[in-house]
Design a binder for this molecule. Structure first.
Ligand code: CA2
Length: 139
């Protein structure tokens, strides 16, 4: 099974700042942990700070499932929602922090309705839970 783990803007900074909100793991740590936890999965990993590049990556993905943390674009991007809705691949949205316990503008996700589901507030465990779901639903 092939899974793409896609991260949006500023998530390249994970592990360097705001550990109280996002924890101390870097993106590389998260990717390594997923590889270790799911040796049967062929992972590809991508991160971009650019909305259009995220759209391109979603459109070009030739995988069986996508774990996507759109970061702040979750709250604003109709383009990303349309891209998710346009592809035949199941996408699970992940947010490391509990967006519903934060500022009001983070309470709405434009992208979540186009996804098969959403994991929020469980820290970086959310990535592992999302992969686990994609593996199980593919069986
Ligand atoms: O909780 C999440 O995973 C978010 O997607 C993270 C986004 C935020 O805009 C969403 O509302 C929720 C922000 C990502 C910024 O990541 C940083 C990591 C370390 C230091 C600074 C920013």
């Amino acid at each position: 099974m092939k899974i793409l783990v896609l991260n949006g803007p500023n998530l390249n900074l994970l592990g360097t700042r705001e550990p109280s909100v996002y924890g101390s793991a870097s993106l590389a740590d998260i990717e390594r942990d997923l590889q270790t936890a799911f040796p049967q999965v062929t992972f590809s990993f991508a991160q971009s700070n650019h909305e259009g590049e995220l759209v391109d990556t979603l459109q070009r993905a030739r995988v069986d499932g996508i774990v996507f943390n759109p970061a702040a674009y979750a709250h604003t991007s109709i383009a990303l929602r349309d891209a998710i809705a346009a592809i035949p691949v199941p996408v699970v949205e992940v947010h490391i922090s509990n967006v519903y316990a934060r500022e009001r503008f983070r309470h709405h996700s434009m992208t979540a309705a186009a996804c098969v589901g959403l994991v929020a507030g469980l820290g970086t465990d959310g990535y592992r839970l999302a992969v686990d779901h994609l593996v199980r639903r593919s069986r």
